[in-house]
Design a binder for this molecule. Structure first.
Ligand code: ATP
Length: 429
């Protein structure tokens, strides 16, 4: 329908970007059960009006009222969201008008104007993402490959379209790494040179989080970082980013040395064991460990610049305090109950980060606390105390706490001993 509607208006319609790449990589697989499809409208004889993509999307929504439409004015693109069903999920179809992007200055947000499909593809990141399939007649189904994308798919290379690509858009470094690792491709040697050159050129100072980059840029950077740290392939991706020197784009002091690399893997292992149901965002905690490697007085600001969630910002703000308290006091604890009372003040993600940054004894104690001691329960609860004739109030909590301490320290082994213990302590007071 989209192609028919475009054709009636004298436009061409193209399938572009990741969907074409994935179709070529896995022909025969149902790749178009994809969640995300990018379409581009182009004029037949001359460039289409900037609003053509939006007009087509509006028309499609009239024909299919069940589809939700949202228009992004600034870039003149429209997204149609079609919720198929609970099992198949949603399909998002982005429709844009063929465009050229100007970068008013390096690492800025692009400015957009209407253009032809070739120029639209030229502004894209890598040759393998700059392929298009024409959906309208004549020559419907034709593959447009102006920049050697098919050959790069065959030879498994990530290649930019021009030498300035990374100067224009720093987030492309992160994208290059993401695609290389995800697809098992190599970054072409010239492209790698362009990355290194761009990083050395100082153009990334604008992006560095300590320099308060523009929010739009950090949003894109954060999206790429999220993709990488969430993915199953986060380890090789992070190493490749580090080998390319790309972590310095985030902060000039950020270096993935052996210690930091160990800490991140440590935190991931613990999270896997302790939080198999993913109550916490594991990728976010990995990112926090990276940020925690910076100076304490910088962490909160960096997290805020990256627009991390509130609890994450707070964790980074409080990390130094928690770390000092745990590291100074934990070794002095003689009893399990002392460890329990110290550690129960803090939330699990903070304790895991602190464990990663502590020495063996502390790590061992935090592990015992998280896996064993924090789960120990008293043999009596509030109802039992009521049944024994105690009235709910402040004394209640004190009794239960004392019971817990004695249970943790192995002084009470069963219900009878617990009843005896309560009777003894309340008689004394
Ligand atoms: P994925 O399967 O990860 O979604 P994708 O290629 O669809 O891969 P998107 O981030 O959805 O990735 O981007 C869609 C298309 O937009 C890309 O294929 C690429 O052509 C273009 N694109 C996205 N980000 C950039 C960028 N920073 N610079 C240039 N082109 C980009």
């Amino acid at each position: 329908t989209a192609a028919q509607q475009a054709h009636q208006r004298g436009w061409h319609l193209y399938l572009v970007g990741g969907a074409v790449r994935d179709l070529l990589l896995a022909p025969g697989e149902e790749t178009l059960t994809l969640q995300d499809i990018d379409l581009v409208v182009d004029g037949f004889h001359r460039a289409a009006d900037v609003g053509a993509g939006v007009e087509l999307a509006n028309q499609l929504q009239e024909i299919y009222p069940q589809v939700r439409l949202s228009v992004h004015g600034e870039f003149q693109t429209a997204a149609l969201i079609w919720h198929k069903d609970a099992q198949l999920g949603s399909l998002m179809i982005d429709i844009a008008t063929a465009r050229t992007e100007f970068y008013p200055y390096p690492a800025a947000n692009p400015q957009v104007e209407a253009s032809s499909i070739r120029q639209d593809l030229y502004r894209r990141d890598f040759t393998i993402n700059a392929l298009a399939v024409r959906l309208t007649s004549p020559r419907e189904g034709e593959l447009l490959d102006f920049f050697g994308g098919v050959e790069d798919l065959r030879s498994q290379q990530i290649r930019v379209l021009h030498a300035n690509s990374f100067i224009e858009d720093p987030t492309r470094i992160y994208r290059a790494v993401r695609f290389a690792v995800r697809l098992g491709f190599k970054i072409d040697p010239h492209t790698e040179d362009y990355i290194r050159y761009a990083i050395c050129s100082g153009v990334y100072d604008r992006l560095r989080l300590e320099n308060h980059p523009a929010p739009a840029l950090t949003t894109r950077l954060r999206a790429e970082l999220t993709y990488i740290l969430e993915a199953a392939y986060w380890k090789p991706a992070l190493q490749l980013l580090s080998n390319l020197g790309a972590l310095r784009c985030l902060h000039s002091n950020l270096v993935l040395d052996a210690n930091l690399w160990w800490q991140i893997r440590f935190v991931s292992r613990w999270l896997k064991c302790l939080d198999s149901e993913n109550h916490f965002s594991h990728w976010l905690i990995r990112l926090e460990v990276l940020i925690a490697a910076l100076k304490p007085d910088e962490r909160e600001q960096i997290a805020a610049n990256l627009q991390l969630p509130k609890d994450s910002i707070e964790r980074l703000r409080d990390l130094e305090k928690i770390e000092n308290s745990v590291q100074q006091n934990l070794k002095k604890c003689d009893k399990i109950s002392e460890i329990f009372l110290l550690l129960r003040q803090y939330k699990v993600p903070s304790l895991i980060i602190v464990a990663a940054r502590s020495d063996r004894l502390e790590r061992h104690r935090i592990w015992q606390y998280l896996t064993k001691w924090s789960k120990i329960q008293t043999f009596l609860d509030g109802n039992d105390l009521k049944a024994m004739g105690y009235k709910p109030g402040p004394q209640f909590k004190q009794i239960l706490d004392q019971l817990l301490i004695a249970t943790l320290d192995g002084e009470i082994m069963n219900r009878e001993e617990s009843v005896e213990f309560v009777t003894n302590i309340t008689e004394k007071t």
